[in-house]
Ligand binder design. Structure first.
Ligand SMILES: [Mg+2]
Length: 219
């Protein structure tokens, strides 16, 4: 029997080594890219509230539809080593895996699909575009763009327990009260305030797989 019946995975700096918004910002001028990267880092360590940062970053970056297609490929090009295998084995063992991300649905969904996770297991932020594919708006009231939103989304899924939440950021650790454990993922970035409040720390998907599956199944 797996140790956890359900696993909630983050995307940016967890399933993939990039931060989606930073990746798009890097295609703008250097000043915008620097500002966005700083805001992202502050949001992920809890120094700044996500709700304060999210809209500001989007207005600066205004992602285009085509860029989200390219971002899906960039996520895949930077996929966490061993993630595909670990996910396949956890799914085969009957573990339910959901992706809960404050990233863009249009980029996260195609990436998750390549990892064997269908659209209905992906919970991310929808962005609207105009007829030319330019950014028009996003849902500022969507739970995933505010602090504590991942917790609300995770709770609403009504997952079979025990539930393990996994991610690199403080917004992932916020799922802990409605899960049974939180694992800080340090394979790409190690954020000390996140590690400090985690039940487990995993540096790779091989380690995560061992944590989720019972020892005799991972041996
Ligand atoms: Mg993350």
């Amino acid at each position: 029997m797996p140790q956890f019946s359900s696993v909630i995975l983050d995307v940016d700096s967890t399933l993939s080594g990039i931060e989606g918004i930073d990746w798009i910002a890097a295609r703008r001028d250097a000043k915008v890219a620097e500002q966005i990267a700083r805001l992202t880092a502050e949001a992920m360590t809890g120094k700044r509230a996500l709700s304060e940062v999210y809209g500001a970053r989007l207005e600066m970056v205004k992602p285009r539809a085509q860029e989200l297609v390219a971002l899906a490929r960039a996520y895949w090009d930077n996929v966490a080593p061993g993630a595909q295998t670990a996910i396949a084995r956890m799914l085969a063992a009957g573990v339910r895996i959901d992706v809960v991300s404050s990233g863009f649905q249009a980029a996260v969904s195609p990436f998750a699909a390549r990892l064997g996770l269908p659209e209905e297991r992906v919970h991310a932020v929808r962005v609207d575009f105009d007829a030319r594919g330019d950014f028009s708006s996003f849902d500022a009231t969507a739970p995933l763009v505010v602090q504590g939103g991942k917790r609300r989304v995770a709770e609403a899924l009504g997952l079979k327990r025990p539930v393990l939440a996994v991610g690199d950021g403080i917004t992932d650790a916020e799922i802990r009260p409605v899960a049974d454990a939180f694992a800080a993922f340090t394979g790409f970035v190690r954020r000390e305030p996140v590690v400090a409040i985690a039940d487990f720390t995993v540096a790779s998907f091989a380690e995560l797989e061992r944590l989720v599956l019972a020892p005799e199944e991972s041996a």
